[in-house]
Design a protein around this ligand. Structure first.
Ligand code: SF4
Length: 168
């Protein structure tokens, strides 16, 4: 399986933290990959996302469990595909939810983890291909420290990855 260039680690870390603070979108070099749109993921949509909500049919939106009124989740079809994915392309890309705009499967690669779910096997394959580059030894050490922190945490791999990345 070919390696994929995940970019400069230090630059990625700064941008990803900003994306996790919702200050910017993620800029993942997906290159046609739709693994995250086809992996049985519920897409959370918040009440302020009026543009996304206006572009998604109401019959694929459900009230988000344990969250206040106005929060929704979008489900997936029997194949695990997002209903907005049409012919392998997001049909509402310019209006897609914040969850999609900020998703970056490189967080797993940064944490040295993979999704703990057999329905996410395509994401796992992608994660195992990413290779960061490092401008300095300090950057490499920083990556190692984040991975060590993520491994010391318990729980869902995505949450552990995000916690280690935001706390470092
Ligand atoms: S809304 Fe678009 S980007 Fe988000 S999961 Fe669905 S197809 Fe993918």
């Amino acid at each position: 399986v070919a390696d994929l260039d995940a970019g400069d680690f230090a630059t990625w870390l700064v941008r990803t933290r900003a994306a996790l603070r919702r200050e910017r979108d993620a800029d993942v070099p997906c290159a046609g990959c739709t693994a995250c749109c086809t992996s049985s993921q519920f897409v959370h949509i918040e009440p302020d996302e009026t543009d996304a909500l206006a572009h998604i049919p109401s019959d694929v939106l459900f009230p988000a469990p344990r969250l206040p009124l106005g929060h929704f989740v979008m489900g997936y079809d029997e194949r695990g595909h997002c209903p907005m994915l049409v012919d392998g392309v997001c049909s509402i890309y310019e209006h897609r939810p914040r969850t999609c705009r900020t998703y970056d499967c490189r967080v797993f690669a940064a944490a040295g983890l993979v999704p703990d779910d057999e329905r996410k096997v395509e994401i796992t394959k992608r994660v195992q291909q990413w290779r960061f580059s490092y401008a300095t030894d300090d950057d490499r050490a920083r990556h190692d420290a984040i991975a060590a922190a993520a491994h010391a945490l318990e729980g869902d791999p995505a949450e552990r990855a995000v916690r280690a990345i935001t706390a470092s």
